[in-house]
Design a protein around this ligand. Structure first.
Ligand SMILES: *[C@@H]1O[C@H](CO)[C@@H](O)[C@H](O)[C@H]1NC(C)=O
Ligand SMILES: *[C@@H]1O[C@H](CO)[C@@H](O)[C@H](O)[C@H]1NC(C)=O
Ligand SMILES: *[C@@H]1O[C@H](CO)[C@@H](O)[C@H](O)[C@H]1NC(C)=O
Ligand SMILES: *[C@@H]1O[C@H](CO)[C@@H](O)[C@H](O)[C@H]1NC(C)=O
Ligand SMILES: *[C@@H]1O[C@H](CO)[C@@H](O)[C@H](O)[C@H]1NC(C)=O
Length: 392
């Protein structure tokens, strides 16, 4: 079985011993948009990243603005590490070993990470840690849907911070809470023209959510697998470096691919350090797919197929041809709400409704992003999930 099943069961016991929260579902939400009420914490601000600047200088305006929040988040990670290994030895190890690793990371990511460390004053090893180990703690929901006029709508919830410190008093995940102030929208420009846009965490240089306006939209979800990220990351440290970091691949595709087909090819064929799901939307009818990846290759591509009545594709963190783990079934409720919405009523508004329905919305949900390729639109919202609410 997957490592995640074990970890989730452990987390479930851990959380339920604190206070029992039954699997919590609700009727599909409606009229949630424009975002308001207790599940909407606030809007996300925009920053420009100028790709014409040297990599070490690109993030300076953002990091200067977000320095305090970044330092707070890193401090929370340190506190967690010190709770596991009280001597402080774990962070000492990170500070000593991970800076050595930064030079093995591909350009321009190595230079960008060094720049972020300089701009924020956060030790280099801890910035590296934030950039590479995110992927162990992410669970998500991504959907690409086609309305009955052929417009593609792409939505996602980014659920981050699983296992990273359950705060019994506040009934929240410590790191998820600390990440919310770091959520930003980024406009990547070259020669003063937008190349792509994304929703990101300040201090993180890879991409989990992005749009190339009028061309394609892309999100990445974690895929738990025995041949998982740890092995690839260990191999990287040991010197075997022919695979690509997943979120660097998505960023490179957003930066360089010029069509849905080209993006699909790179996402399906590039060797990677860890398995993943890529959810890709194009700019024409039936251009929407889930690419299920092993480290080596694409195992399966599921596309929108109107003839078969498949007007959307939806991915959480389980292979679409298998049942989701029963303690973590966000797929069935999300599909139920998509089916209830119907293709005729699909829009950014109704997508937001689906992504606002518990447990698709849960205690880990840090942000919801909505993208419409034909208008080049990306909008995102910081989320809360007041009780009763599933921890994931
Ligand atoms: C718990 O929540 C309250 C109110 O939202 C906040 O002020 C406090 O800092 C939180 N405590 C922790 C440990 O996060
Ligand atoms: C960049 O574009 C914006 C509008 O898109 C314009 O207001 C600004 O003057 C431009 N800056 C430069 C340096 O060309
Ligand atoms: C869709 O993308 C292709 C490839 O970049 C481009 O040639 C075409 O003009 C785009 N179509 C629309 C409707 O934007
Ligand atoms: C949603 O509709 C699809 C296609 O008709 C169907 O295969 C699926 O079982 C439905 N799922 C739910 C949860 O209603
Ligand atoms: C779709 O939208 C129309 C108009 O807003 C509404 O009358 C209808 O009830 C909706 N259908 C569903 C299935 O929600």
């Amino acid at each position: 079985m997957r490592s995640c099943v074990f970890l989730l069961s452990a987390a479930f016991l851990c959380v339920t011993s604190a206070q029992f929260i039954p699997p919590y579902t609700e009727d599909c939400r409606t009229h949630m948009y424009p975002p308001n009420g207790p599940t909407f914490r606030g809007p996300v601000s925009w920053y420009t990243v100028d790709l014409d600047l040297p990599p070490s200088k690109r993030w300076t305006p953002l990091i200067t603005d977000k320095k305090t929040d970044l330092v707070n988040m890193i401090q929370a990670i340190r506190d967690l590490a010190n709770a596991f290994v009280p001597s402080g030895k774990l962070i000492e190890l990170v500070d000593i070993t991970l800076p050595l690793m930064v030079n093995t990371l591909p350009y321009p990511f190595n230079e960008e990470i060094k720049g972020i460390s300089t701009d924020s004053g956060v030790p280099l090893g801890e910035v590296v840690l934030f950039n590479i180990f995110y992927e162990v703690f992410t669970v998500c929901t991504s959907i690409v849907a086609e309305d009955n006029k052929g417009n593609l709508v792409h939505g996602r919830n980014l659920d981050f911070g699983l296992f990273l410190g359950w705060d019994v008093k506040n009934k929240s995940w410590t790191i998820s809470e600390k990440l919310k102030p770091l959520v930003v929208n980024l406009d990547f420009k070259r020669k003063n023209q937008t190349v792509f846009k994304s929703t990101n965490f300040a201090g993180y240089v890879g991409m989990l959510t992005g749009i190339k306006p009028h061309t394609f939209t892309l999100t990445m979800n974690e895929r738990f697998s025995l041949d998982g990220g740890y092995i690839g990351i260990l191999e990287w440290i040991m010197g075997q470096r022919d695979g690509m970091w997943m979120s660097f691949l998505t960023r490179s595709v957003l930066e360089n691919a010029n069509s849905y087909e080209e993006a699909k090819k790179h996402l399906a064929q590039t060797k990677m350090l860890a398995p993943a799901y890529f959810i890709l939307g194009g700019n024409q009818t039936q251009q929407g797919c889930i690419i299920t990846r092993s480290r080596e290759l694409s195992i399966n591509i599921l596309e929108i197929d109107l003839k078969l009545g498949r007007w959307y594709v939806l991915e959480t963190n389980y292979d679409h041809w298998e049942e989701p783990f029963f303690l973590d079934d966000r797929r069935t409720p999300a599909m139920k709400c998509m089916n209830q919405t119907t293709q005729a009523n699909m829009s950014l508004k109704t997508m937001y409704d689906v992504l606002s329905t518990k447990p698709v919305l849960n205690k880990l949900t840090t942000y919801t992003t909505l993208m419409q390729v034909s208008e080049g639109k990306l909008e995102s919202y910081i989320r809360d999930c007041p009780d009763p609410c599933m921890p994931w």
